[in-house]
Every structure is written in C-alpha cells, then in structure tokens.
Design a binder for this molecule. Structure first.
Ligand code: XMP
Length: 505
C-alpha cells in the first residue's frame, strides 16, 4: 500500500481516490501521527497544505524516516522537502493559481516517463521553490515556475509543485501511475472482487459464531455493509429497520420488501408515534436532531435486547468518516450535527464491526454492484438520518409529514420519469413555516409554501443548485399545487453551498 501524509490540503482525499483508481490500496494519515513503516508500505506521498513552510508552526515531518521507500512531495510536500534539504521557498511573485503548461520535461526521469511536453497541470500555491541545492535535479518547469518538478539525486525522493490529483492536470493519473506502480512497485491488484473476497473471509474469522445486530436505513452504505456481513455469517446477522415516521412516501414498505428479497434477516419496527411524541413542539433544528437521534437509540436498544446474546454492532461507516482530517485553523465549528446516532455503541456496550471503513462512497457502489445489489438501491440519492424531520421547518406533525411526503413523491417521481434523477446528486422538498395567499377557481386560498431543492455535488461538502429545465419545474409545480391539498405555492431554491447548506435546517 501507499501511505499518504495529510498536511491539511483540500485535495488530500483526491490523491487517495486517484491512487485507488489505479487499483492500489492507500491510506491517509495525519502528518503528526505517522504509522510505523512496515514492509507492506511501498511508498509515501506528502500532501499539499494551506500553510507556508516559512512559518514557525507549520506542519512538518522528518522525511529521513522514509529512507527505505520512495517519497513524492506534492505542492507543500515538495516545498517541505526542498526547505529541509537546503532549498529556498519564498512567496510567489505572481499568483500561481490555475492552469499551466510544462514547457520542459525530463523524460529520462521515471516519474515523467511518457508525460507529454506542453501537458496541462494545475497550480494552486502561494509560496514557490525559488532555488534548490546541487543535490537536486530539476526535471520539469513551466514558463512561470522554475521548479515545477525535481528529483533528489541519490535518493528516491521527488517533488512536484502542481497537483496531479485534480482532473485539470490532464496527465496527472499517468504521473501517479509512474510513481505508485513503476517507482514504488505496487501491484495493481486492489479490486472490488478482491475486496469482497478478503472482507468476507476476515469477517468470518472475526465474527465466528457470534450474533451481530445492525440498523439499516435503506441507504447505500448500510445496505452494502449488511450484505457483506450476511455473506459472512448468514442468519446470525439481525437487521433492524425503524420507521421513524419521517421517511419518504411508501419508503418503509418498499425498502423492507427489497431487504427481504435480498435474503436478509430483517425486522421492520413501526415507531412513528414515538418519534412524533418526541418531536412535539420542538422547533429548533438541533433540538429536533437530538430528539430523533435519542428516540432512535431507545427504539433500537429495545429491539436489540430482544435478540439473545448479541456481541457486535455492525455499521455502514465509510472512509471519509474515519479519516482524521488535519484542521490547520483549529477545531471547526459545528454547523449541523450530522452524526445523530453517535451515542449508540457506548450505550449498548457492543463491539463494532464496520466492513466499509476503508472505502470511499463510489467504491462502496462498485462493491455493491459486485455483490449483485439492485442498481436502484445503489444509485439512491443521500437522505439525511432525521429525514423529513429537518425538511419540515419548525415543529413536526404527522399531518405536515403527510403533505411533504406527497410533494416529495411528485418531485422525485418527476425526476425519475424525466431521466433527471441520476443527473442530480440529491433532491427533495422543504415545507416552509409560512402561508401565502392564492386563488383557486374563484376562491381565495391561504395555504402552505414548499421549496424544491436539487443539487449537483460530488461529496455534499460543496454543492451547486441543479439547473433543472423550466419546463420540468413548471410541470412539477402545477402537479403539486393541483394534487396536494394544503399547498398553493411552489418555489425553487437557487442557492449554492456555501453559503447556503443543502438542507434548510
Ligand atoms: P448540509 O445540509 O449540511 O447537508 O449541506 C450535507 C449532506 O448531509 C446530509 N445531512 C444529514 N445527514 N443527518 C444525516 O445523516 C443529519 O442530521 C444531516 N443533516 C444534513 C444532507 O442531506 C446532505 O446530503
């Protein structure tokens, strides 16, 4: 595997994505928690960073610890190596952000083998390597960056100022392949098939005859995780699917049916009334999230106790949730508490099994496909744990849920019928806590407003509002107003994230 050391760049996860796309396993670790360099680590990549190596407290690492394996510094990583070995890193004279072209390329160097002259690279840095010591060989330049890439002469150490991990660097993947495959000698044998085989084998060994309990949500991650555990231990996996009364229209029954169809040992629990009671009169978003999370734990705990001798709790946690991200600006402010069931493992005193905790989201989908899971489940939009509870602004009642379910079903059904569902990353409707005046026939109406939201995104961290066709929006709007009693106005949300968030609460 390849070890990626994170210095806080926004692109670190992308480096890992690209390496994995080469069928090479890699892990990200924070720069200040370097794991032992065991023989299975074949190379190290140092990420970029928003910091400057010239600052006293900038993140650093002693690269002599990696003398047995090849090292590639990217951007800040390259500056750090140059700085440590006697080079000069200074603020750039001109802004070096965006596309550039390599106007000299040393093709004799293994890292740049078959990288075209004039190839486009992506620059994003405020400092630049002004000079390197004699022990360095410059192997690529751009018209404005004299040290675009270097090799330390008698060490297996390279540095590149540009970002090979972003797609704007046209041949970035080839460069990473040169490093990971040709220089580090990694076998390209990390595939979904291989992941499935080794994971099932290790789950069998780890879980033996133990009983495992798992909460399923109908989402991609928990479903794929459950199928893997099920393949390993069969009926010893007990799945629970809770109807919190905040799901989409008919979703509970549909999802339950599809789980049964997959052969899972699943129990559906109707806890709608408990959730509505816990939410009664709550209007503040975080208070609602807490009430939903707490009620979920209570219901799940009660159900789990009905199964005798449970030892493990299975979870669909994925890699981005476990990467310890390096926050250079101190702890970040909690905008929304997404992890609504964080207290579950502690309360239940169970051991945790998380078969997907080394995978990125799109890798989970590929594994799901390998496992033969229905593509409609694998392609589902993300849906928040608190469900419609955070899409009904203000207090939640069963009546409001029913209205919103109808609106949501028309919108999502419309997206599917028009072939737009897979073109957006997430979509849904919000029930606003306002009424507006309208006219229907000859009568004045005074009813609710709903806002439709559809976004494009890759990871939900940033998002743009989806530019859905006007014709489509017009049809959905009149369908909603004609069919959903209690709604007389539909608006479309045209805010991107940031500054808005995807959910309204
Ligand atoms: P925001 O609204 O923060 O949403 O832009 C980003 C993504 O996270 C989902 N989301 C949640 N998921 N519990 C969840 O499991 C939550 O409390 C929660 N809040 C937001 C949201 O649907 C989007 O995909």
């Amino acid at each position: 595997q390849i070890l990626i050391l994170d210095f806080g760049s926004q692109y670190t996860q992308l480096i890992a994505r690209r390496v994995r796309e080469l069928n090479v396993y890699c892990e990200i670790h924070p720069f200040n928690k370097v794991p032992a360099i065991t023989p299975d680590i074949k190379g190290v990549i140092l990420s970029g960073s928003p910091c400057s190596v010239r600052d006293q407290n900038s993140p650093t690492v002693d690269i002599s610890a990696f003398s047995n394996v090849p090292v590639l510094g990217v951007c800040y990583g390259a500056q750090l190596i140059a700085h440590q070995q006697g080079g000069n890193v200074l603020p750039s004279q001109i802004r070096e952000y965006g596309r550039a072209k390599l106007n000299t390329v040393n093709h004799a160097n293994e890292l740049l083998k078959e990288i075209s002259l004039d190839t486009q690279v992506w620059m994003s840095h405020a400092d630049t390597i002004a000079s390197v010591p004699d022990t360095f060989e410059i192997i690529a330049t751009t018209p404005s960056v004299a040290v675009a890439a270097y090799k330390v002469k008698n060490q297996k150490v390279w540095g590149i100022q540009f970002h090979p991990e972003v797609t704007h660097t046209t041949e970035g993947k080839n460069l990473l392949r040169n490093f990971v495959v040709h220089i580090c000698g990694c076998n390209q044998d990390w595939t979904a098939d291989q992941f499935v085989d080794t994971t099932i084998a290790s789950l069998k060994a780890r879980l033996g005859n133990d009983q495992v309990v798992m909460a399923l949500s109908g989402g991609v991650d928990s479903t794929v995780a459950a199928i893997l555990v099920h393949k390993a231990i069969g009926k010893n996996l007990h799945c629970i699917f809770v109807d919190n009364g905040l799901l989409r229209k008919n979703e509970f029954q549909q999802v339950l049916d599809s789980y049964q169809h997959m052969g899972l040992n699943i129990k559906g629990v109707d806890a709608k009334d408990k959730f509505y009671a816990a939410l009664k009169d709550l209007t503040e978003p975080e208070a609602k999230r807490k009430a939903i999370g707490r009620t979920f734990i209570e219901v799940f705990d009660e159900e789990a106790h009905l199964i005798s001798d449970v030892k493990w709790l299975g979870q669909g946690t994925i890699y981005p949730d476990v990467i310890e991200s390096v926050s250079v600006n101190g702890p970040s402010q909690t905008i929304k508490s997404h992890h609504n069931v964080g207290g579950l493992p502690e309360k239940m005193k169970l051991k945790i099994v998380e078969p997907l905790n080394t995978l990125f989201k799109d890798e989970v989908r590929v594994v799901g496909k390998t496992l033969g899971i229905d593509p409609t489940i694998l392609g589902r939009h993300p849906f928040p744990g608190p469900g419609l509870g955070i899409r009904i602004l203000g207090d939640v009642t069963a009546d409001k849920v029913r209205i919103l379910q109808e609106v949501d079903a028309i919108f999502i059904g419309g997206l599917r019928d028009s072939g737009l569902y897979d073109k957006v990353w997430q979509a849904g409707a919000m029930l606003l806590p306002v009424q507006s005046v309208g006219v229907m026939g000859d009568e004045r109406t005074y009813e609710r407003v709903v806002s439709l939201r559809a976004v494009t995104s890759t990871d939900g961290m940033t998002a743009d509002w989806a530019h859905l066709p006007y014709e489509f929006l017009a049809n959905v709007s009149s369908d909603i107003i004609n069919k959903v009693k209690g709604v007389n106005r539909v608006v479309y949300d045209i805010s991107s994230k940031p500054p808005a968030t995807i959910e309204w609460e």
